[in-house]
Design a protein around this ligand. Structure first.
Ligand code: PMP
Length: 406
């Protein structure tokens, strides 16, 4: 392609593409994926304990018996049997829902996209925790939303800060459409919203006429046998709830869902149809068969045990190896620890040195829409073994200590 025709394309791009930038971090991650690098960067579930051989046999049988349905186009809302099973999964978190109000999506990432698509006009404000999930922030930016961060602490989003943020936006005549919250085992913060705060936050949103978007892919991955009650369980009218099989089963199948108030559900189905016609029938049937035939709750238990062991390895290593003045969150489930280095550190600038030392993480600025987070980083413990995690933290501590000496 000549330079000239590239310029033409650039001029033709829609404004919404201006937030889509190739990231230097992504380029580094191709190096970080080499086997000699301990990657504490990715959020990849550890799938080794899945019963692959049994699944292969059952999937073959499914194709033989129901292939003509599995390989055909399907409903834009998702197959009914799976939506019924999704309601049973959500019941574990106290949610009573009708399958008619569930829309199956291509991962909960697509659910984020569709929800943003139907609610957000350019310039609308979306309130989000500080920090927040990078994939949601990029989706919000692609619809030209303005993200306003709200302070969160070790118990999640701070209700009084939410009130202040709403008042400030209102004073500036900005239109707030949504509050985006990850209540359990937050990505990247590793924190859980306390039970006391949940109804308070829901009430603030209702009073302010703001939709609460509850994103809960990690809810069943607690390490202490507690399942936290969903915000949606006590607020069916104002909460749009997102769920996913990515962390509890298999992310490669790309199946998630939205549970929405009935009226909103109709628009979501239309948006789903215009984006994908329908979510993949084959993948939905595979998951439905898995939920019906396998002891999926024991499988989740196996994941919990593995992740708890790895979390302990990471926290122990941080405790013994990181320099004084470094702090971190203590997750009670999920995949992530959020680390804050002492004043003066820049984790984005430090990343190439860390990768040279064969360890990778995600710099904190990725999780803010406004450039904050430069002293912070997300470490994930879901994929490497405990030994590798300890080795990774050793390498990381070496890099951090090296910076201190300069
Ligand atoms: N929300 C959060 C908070 C996540 O961490 C992720 C995955 N990293 C997603 C949504 C998207 O997950 P998926 O599309 O695989 O369901």
């Amino acid at each position: 392609m000549t330079g000239n025709s590239l310029d033409h394309h650039l001029q033709r791009y829609a404004q919404r593409t201006s937030s889509m930038k190739a990231s230097a971090i992504r380029a580094l991650f191709s190096v970080a994926n080499r086997p000699e690098v301990v990657s504490l960067a990715g959020g990849m579930p550890f799938l080794q304990s899945l019963p692959l051989e049994a699944l292969a046999a059952d999937t073959a049988a499914m194709i033989a018996e129901q292939g003509l349905v599995a390989f055909q186009y399907g409903s834009g809302q998702g197959i009914l049997e799976l939506r019924e099973q999704i309601c049973e999964v959500m019941a574990l978190e106290g949610i009573r829902a009708h399958p008619d109000d569930v829309v199956v999506t291509v991962g909960s990432q697509m659910a984020l996209d569709l929800t943003t698509r139907i609610f957000i006009d350019p310039g609308d404000v979306i309130l989000a925790e500080a920090p927040s999930y990078v994939g949601a922030l990029t989706t919000f930016a692609s619809y030209q939303a303005d993200v306003v961060h709200v302070a969160s602490d070790e118990n999640g989003l701070v209700p009084s800060a939410l009130v202040v943020a709403i008042e400030a936006c209102r004073a500036a005549k900005r239109r707030i459409k949504m509050l985006y919250v990850i209540p359990n085992y937050h990505n990247p913060a590793g924190t859980t919203l306390s039970a006391e705060r949940r109804p308070i936050i829901a009430q603030i949103c209702r009073d302010a006429d703001i939709t609460l978007l509850e994103d809960n892919p990690y809810g069943l991955l607690g390490f202490d046998d507690t399942v936290h009650r969903a915000i949606r369980a006590d607020d069916a009218d104002n909460v749009v709830y997102l769920g996913s099989f990515s962390k509890t089963f298999a992310p490669g199948l790309r199946v998630g869902w939205v549970l929405a108030p009935h009226a909103v559900r109709e628009k979501l189905v239309m948006a789903n149809e215009s984006a994908t016609l329908n979510p993949p029938v084959f993948n939905q049937m595979l998951i439905s068969m898995y939920l019906a035939k396998y002891d999926w709750q024991s499988q989740i238990k196996a994941y919990q045990v593995t992740y708890a062991e790895r979390r302990d390895a990471m926290l122990g290593a941080l405790e013994t190896m990181m320099p004084a003045g470094t702090t971190w969150t203590v997750p009670t489930g999920g995949f992530y620890v959020w680390v804050t280095l002492p004043e003066g550190f820049d984790t984005a600038a430090m990343l190439p040195r860390a990768v040279s030392a064969r360890v990778a993480y995600v710099p904190g600025t990725a999780f803010y829409a406004d450039g904050f987070g430069s002293r912070q980083m997300r470490l994930s413990y879901c994929f490497p073994t405990a030994d590798r995690i300890v080795e990774g933290v050793r390498r990381l501590a070496g890099v951090v200590n090296g910076e201190l000496e300069v």
